[in-house]
Design a protein around this ligand. Structure first.
Ligand code: TYM
Length: 328
């Protein structure tokens, strides 16, 4: 039986953080055997905000080696850089031409980013969701494993597929999002979503002492003012992280002993740190090996791009034929 196809992407922003890891990447690894999987480092998305061209290539390779180190091995999926397959931008242009501008102006991420980058509200930022729709539709992908912040973009992709199909005939399946157990992890401030731009993150390749320093100073249940006050794990972001990195018994024990004030926040954080490092240490080690062997990383990306180009060429031939720009 044919496996359903998965597509997902991540921006090469220079840091892959714990939010990306538990919200998306770890889910991707769990899905590798059940689905045909395609993952992309979406460099053209990342240039919609101010970026440094001189370090961009390094960021792309760093993202690739981190993902491979997490478990996206090339014999189990295709991993490639978006700009290696030019059909992504070609399809995005076509989708631009069938989408009302109002649909894009309403997107939450566009509104947020326009506020964050007031002096650079470029057209790419507005049309960003259509490049994302193109990423997905180009492979006729069916399932899209993402964090919560991407759900609106997947809804937009479905609408776009429907619009294209209605106008030019049945071409694209309408993809569904697939969320992980923790589709939104808050930052170390405990108030906003963990993200690179808000500088409230734990990077998964950060040295252990840096990770500890970040956890040590992270905001917990703010109502717990003194060590002897009982805490409420239900509103503590660190407890959410425990749920991702600690064993079932430890999670129950922390839940109980925090509520009775048998343990304090520092003890709870030390425990989290140890469990987190147990999970991240092998990833860090493999990523360090790959840092000294860049050819291996580039080889993985080239193989992935080659596989994806074949699919992309075929789908674009069909699309070009349907919209009448070229006979398919
Ligand atoms: P990006 O690069 O911001 O994030 C990559 C993945 O990590 C998830 N994520 C989180 N999950 C939980 N808690 C958080 N704090 C957190 N922060 C990030 C994101 O939801 C995402 O799944 N537009 C996309 C990239 C993209 C894409 C695509 C995704 C481009 N084309 C096609 C899916 C399909 C983005 O900027 O993700």
């Amino acid at each position: 039986m044919r496996k359903q196809r998965i597509f997902s992407g991540i921006q090469p922003t220079g840091v892959i953080h714990a939010g990306n890891y538990v919200g998306a990447i770890r889910n991707w690894i769990n899905l590798l055997d059940k689905y045909e999987c395609i993952f992309s480092i979406v460099d053209y998305h990342a240039i919609t905000v101010e970026y440094d061209a001189s370090t961009f290539q390094k960021n792309i390779i760093d993202a690739a080696r981190t993902l491979i180190a997490c478990g996206l091995e090339p014999d189990r999926c295709s991993l490639f850089v978006q700009s290696q397959v030019p059909e992504h931008t070609e399809l995005a242009w076509i989708l631009n031409c069938i989408t009302p501008i109002g649909d894009l102006e309403r997107m939450t991420q566009f509104k947020d980013k326009s506020r964050q980058h007031r002096d650079n509200i470029n057209v790419g930022l507005l049309s960003y969701p259509l490049l994302q729709a193109a990423d997905i539709l180009l492979y006729k992908s069916e399932i899209i494993p993402v964090g919560e912040d991407q759900v609106q973009h997947i809804e937009m992709t479905r609408r776009t597929a429907r619009r294209f199909n209605n106008r030019f005939g049945d071409t694209f399946p309408e993809p569904a999002e697939l969320l992980s157990n923790t589709p939104k992890i808050m930052g170390l401030d405990g108030k906003t979503k963990m993200s690179k731009s808000l500088n409230n993150f734990v990077g998964i390749l950060e040295p252990p002492d840096a990770i500890w320093e970040k956890l040590r100073t992270a905001v917990t249940d703010e109502n717990r003012k003194r060590r002897k006050d009982p805490g409420n794990p239900g509103i503590c972001n660190l407890f959410t992280m425990h749920k991702e990195f600690s064993s079932q018994e430890e999670i129950s024990e922390i839940d109980r002993t925090c509520r009775t004030a048998e343990i304090g926040c520092v003890e709870c954080k030390k425990n989290l740190f140890e469990n987190m490092m147990r999970c991240l240490a092998p990833v860090q080690q493999r990523a360090a090996e790959l840092e000294t062997n860049q050819e291996e990383v580039i080889e993985v990306l080239n193989t992935g791009a080659e596989r994806c180009r074949k699919i992309a060429e075929e789908v674009m031939n069909e699309v070009r034929g349907k919209i009448g720009v070229r006979k398919s």
